[in-house]
Design a protein around this ligand. Structure first.
Ligand code: 5GP
Length: 198
C-alpha cells in the first residue's frame, strides 16, 4: 500500500490512436466506395457511435450521406441481452443505396446481426459494417464485419461515445473499467476522478 488510491479505470486507447485509426478507416472506405453511383450512406447507431462517426465523416474524401438509427437492446450489466428493437428508424430510403453501418462496439454480435438483417431487407445496393471496437472473444453469433478499428479484450469500456448509464460519452479516450460491480454501485465513480480533480 502506498496510500495512493487505485484508479478505477485504465487508459485502453488514447485520443491519438483513435484519431489515427479513424483516419485510416475513412481512407480505406473512401477508396472502396469511390465508385458508387450515388453517395454512400453512413448509418450511425445511436448514441454510442456518434463521436466515431463524426471523426470518420470529416476524413472521408468522397461525398457521403448520414442517417441514424436507434435501437434498444435491453442491456444487462456488461453487455446486451440480444433482444433488440428499433426505437428510432432511418429517415431515408435505403433501396439501391450503398450502406455502411457505423457501430461503436461489437460484443456478442447480436445487435449487429439484427441490424444487418433489418437493413438488408430494405434492398440496399450493398451493405457493410464498421465498428470502432471489436470484442471478438465474446462473439455469440458470427457476424460479418468489413472494417474494424481495434480488437479489444473482454473488458467493459467507456469514453469516446461509449457510456455507462448515460455517463462518460464525453471522455475523449477509451477507458477500461476495472471493477464493473463497483461502478454499478456508484455510477459517478469515474466522474470525480476524471473531471473534478482537474
Ligand atoms: P452486442 O449486441 O454485440 O452484444 O452488443 C452491442 C452493444 O452492447 C453495444 O452497442 C453497446 O451498447 C453494448 N456494449 C457491449 N460492450 C460494451 C462495453 O464494453 N462498453 C459499453 N459502454 N457498452 C458495451
Amino acid at each position: 500500500m502506498n496510500g495512493i488510491p487505485e484508479e478505477p479505470a485504465d487508459l485502453l486507447i488514447s485520443t491519438r490512436d483513435l484519431d489515427r485509426r479513424a483516419g485510416e478507416l475513412a481512407h480505406e472506405m473512401s477508396q472502396e466506395l469511390r465508385a458508387c453511383v450515388r453517395p454512400p450512406v453512413l448509418v450511425g447507431v445511436l448514441k454510442g457511435s456518434t463521436l466515431f462517426l463524426a471523426d470518420l465523416l470529416r476524413r472521408f474524401d468522397i461525398e457521403v450521406e448520414v442517417d441514424f438509427i436507434s435501437i434498444s437492446s435491453y442491456s444487462q450489466a456488461g453487455g446486451s441481452s440480444g433482444v433488440v428493437r428499433i426505437v428510432k428508424d432511418l429517415e431515408s430510403d435505403m433501396a439501391g443505396r450503398d450502406v455502411v453501418i457505423v457501430e461503436d462496439i461489437v460484443d456478442t454480435g447480436l445487435t449487429l446481426n439484427y441490424l444487418r438483417r433489418s437493413l438488408s431487407e430494405r434492398a440496399p445496393a450493398s451493405l457493410r459494417a464498421v465498428t470502432l471496437l471489436d470484442k471478438a472473444a465474446r462473439r455469440i453469433v458470427p457476424v460479418e464485419l468489413e472494417y474494424s478499428g481495434f480488437e479489444i479484450p473482454d473488458v467493459f469500456v467507456v469514453g469516446y461515445g461509449l457510456d455507462f448509464q448515460g455517463l462518460y460519452r464525453n471522455v475523449p479516450e477509451i477507458l477500461a473499467v476495472k471493477d464493473i460491480a463497483k461502478l454499478a454501485n456508484d455510477p459517478m465513480l469515474l466522474v470525480d476522478r476524471l473531471f473534478l480533480e482537474k
